[in-house]
Design a protein around this ligand. Structure first.
Ligand SMILES: *Cc1c(COP(=O)(O)O)cnc(C)c1O
Length: 392
């Protein structure tokens, strides 16, 4: 029987053509396709700027450093995320404080965030503070609430929107739709174009922002910190200078062409994920699953990057993972609380956040991607059913 992965990229004939055209062109690394993709991203997310780079991790690193993160900074990161959300602050020497999450959603817990902000020393004059909420699994994080707290304590908000292309919610007065990545309540948002994400570039990422200064700094740091101050009319148009210490985080035109082609199909992909989520919820919310499995809440603005179920009894998640694997259905745990990793244990040895631990012990991401067929989805549900029969 064929393996059903928990996630998988979808590559069309058009995607292949788009990459082939670049291979035959004059530009392989950053050429005309990158700014074209950047304009398309800025249009899609409704931001002034999009700065493409080599990965989602690079995007976080660029965004944090462009907004001034340094060894004197304090960065608050939800404990349930991919480690890169925290790691990119560590690259810059900033102190990371882990915030608990709401176990039902995996989102940063506003009450705990407020507790952290009110208990740490007030920021000194030149000190910067950051909050990096993650729009988790395809549902937009409570960005407006984060921003309200951030402004009170002089922090900046950077959204990790890697999971949330196409996600939206209504703002607090219920009047306006706010999209993930749109930078309405944040100074910047970051995207990843890793193959399991909504838009795949192989590897790739982008910083979204409405700030000209942040965009310019991110662009400069993406390519070594080099500036070209003169245009073609000048005596020395070849002149460039390195004004800052940056990196080579450029995206290639191959990646940008693939990303453009993928982005043009995003509505179809979001629609099929939404239908799949609706179907999972419908078929799993029957009597025989209740009391064993908790389901995510369906809402229209969910982008369904992951479909995460939670098991009600201790140890069940680990047994389900093994059982499904033996039936060639691959699932995944998103995520181990970041502070539990040995690297972070050296700094956070005694940390235990109850919401994050609860969530982590029970969660399992079951297959969700735009190429998943009805038949495959039925197989996942049938095997979950069989697993519960074994458990009883
Ligand atoms: C995928 C992901 C990243 C990192 O993206 P890469 O492109 O793999 O570097 C960061 N944060 C979250 C939440 C992610 O899911």
């Amino acid at each position: 029987m064929s393996i059903i992965p928990y996630s998988k990229q979808s590559i069309s004939a058009d995607d292949i053509q788009a990459v082939k055209r670049v291979l035959k062109s004059d530009f392989l690394t950053q050429g005309p396709k990158v700014p074209e993709f950047e304009r398309a991203l800025a249009r899609y997310f409704g931001t002034k700027y999009a700065i493409c780079c080599s990965s989602g991790t690079a995007a976080l690193h660029l965004a944090y450093s462009s907004l001034g993160a340094s060894p004197s900074s304090i960065a608050i990161v939800p404990a349930i995320t991919f480690a890169a959300t925290a790691n990119a602050f560590r690259y810059l020497g900033s102190d990371v404080i882990f915030c608990d999450v709401v176990p039902e959603t995996g989102h940063i817990c506003i009450h705990h965030l407020e507790k952290i902000l009110s208990s740490i020393p007030k920021l000194k004059n030149d000190q910067k503070g950051f909050i990096a909420p993650v729009s988790f699994a395809g549902a937009i994080a409570p960005l407006e609430r984060c921003n309200q707290l951030a402004s009170r304590y002089n922090f900046q908000v950077i959204e990790d929107a890697s999971h949330a292309v196409g996600a939206w919610t209504h703002n607090e007065n219920g009047k306006k739709k706010v999209y993930a990545g749109a930078c309405i309540h944040t100074q910047a948002s970051c995207l990843s174009f890793h193959p399991v994400k909504h838009v795949c570039c192989g590897e790739g990422g982008a910083v979204l922002t409405n700030s000209t200064e942040t965009a310019n700094t991110a662009r400069k740091l993406r390519s070594h910190g080099i500036e070209r101050p003169f245009d073609d009319e000048h005596d020395t148009p070849w002149y460039y200078q390195q004004v800052d210490l940056g990196w080579n985080y450029r995206m290639t035109d191959l990646q940008a062409a693939l990303g453009m082609s993928q982005l043009s199909r995003i509505e179809d992909s979001l629609k099929s994920r939404k239908e799949m989520a609706r179907r999972y919820i419908e078929l799993l919310s029957v009597e025989r699953f209740s009391g064993s499995i908790l389901l995510p809440v369906f809402n229209e603005g969910h982008a369904w990057h992951l479909f995460i179920i939670r098991f009600c009894r201790a140890g069940m998640r680990n047994r389900a993972y093994k059982y499904l694997k033996s039936k060639h259905i691959h699932t995944q745990v998103h995520y181990i609380p970041v502070y539990k990793h040995p690297y972070y244990q050296t700094m956070h040895r005694d940390l235990q956040l109850s919401g994050s631990e609860d969530y982590f012990e029970s969660c399992l991401s079951i297959p969700m991607y735009s190429g998943l067929t009805l038949k495959q989805q039925n197989r996942v549900i049938a095997e979950l059913d069989n697993f519960l029969a074994v458990e009883k």
